[in-house]
Design a protein around this ligand. Structure first.
Ligand code: PGA
Length: 240
């Protein structure tokens, strides 16, 4: 794994944007795997600003997102589809029909997993952007998730519910289930870019980079990927 340590969040985001921009420059019809959460916001701001200034165009780009809360859709400002529109898609020249995310409001969640999995099998990510949970999760693949997992419904870990409660009015409002890409779907990406900032990620980053490759630390599977880059700030790199 290639590791880039930056002085702060803004330079982490700048480096991340350089990586994404290079992928699009090489292939203007690339498939971008995208993540939600606070970590990639600086990257998304740079993508939006550059596109707004007439820089990189997303007219031929397709995107696939990692996950979505069960029960939430575009009408909820806590949903990931809403997050992606507000923080990125609304500011790009991307075609809405080229942005894909699992439907958290599907009546049959298992059928929705199968549909999304089939979609992913037909469009391999040229680059997959990831954050990391303080418990070492990637997407909503919580500790113990098999490396062979494909798109599935998950019960969120207590630590994830606590971490994400800051984004909801009350902890009770955080959905307990989600649909997520599995680890196998993530590992299929041609290139992986994992971002981390802040001291609360230091232990997870240590497991990602130098821990045992174990399903107890889902991010550790990335040690097996042939083209994975970690970009993190000094605080998140404190234990590596
Ligand atoms: P964060 O979430 O970017 O909001 O810290 C990362 C994650 O849980 O994967």
């Amino acid at each position: 794994m290639k590791v880039i340590i930056t002085k702060d969040y803004e330079s982490m985001s700048e480096k991340a944007y350089e990586e994404v921009r290079a992928v699009i420059a090489e292939n203007p019809a690339a498939v971008l795997g995208l993540a939600t959460g606070t970590t990639p916001l600086g990257l998304y701001r740079r993508m939006a600003d550059d596109c707004g200034r007439g820089g990189i165009s997303y007219k031929k780009i397709r995107t696939v997102n990692l996950d979505e809360y069960a029960g939430l859709g575009a009408d909820s400002d806590q949903s990931y589809v809403y997050f992606m529109r507000k923080n990125l898609f609304d500011h790009l020249d991307i075609l809405p029909e080229n942005t894909f995310i699992a439907n958290g409001k599907a009546e049959d969640l298992e059928a929705e997993c199968a549909r999304y999995n089939a979609l992913l099998e037909g469009m391999r990510q040229d680059i997959q952007v990831l954050g990391i949970g303080s418990n070492g999760h990637i997407a909503f693949n919580e500790p113990g998730t098999p490396f062979s997992s494909t798109v599935h419904v998950v019960d969120l870990a207590e630590s994830t519910i606590r971490d994400n409660a800051r984004l909801f009015a009350r902890e009770e409002d955080v959905p307990r289930k989600a649909i997520t890409m599995g680890l196998k779907n993530i590992m299929r990406a041609k290139k992986i870019l994992i971002l981390a900032n802040g001291a609360n990620k230091a232990r997870a980053v240590c497991g990602l980079v130098k821990g045992e490759v174990t399903e107890a630390v889902p991010a550790s599977v990335l040690q097996l990927h042939p083209d994975c880059t970690l970009i993190c700030d000094r605080d998140a790199a404190a234990m590596i």
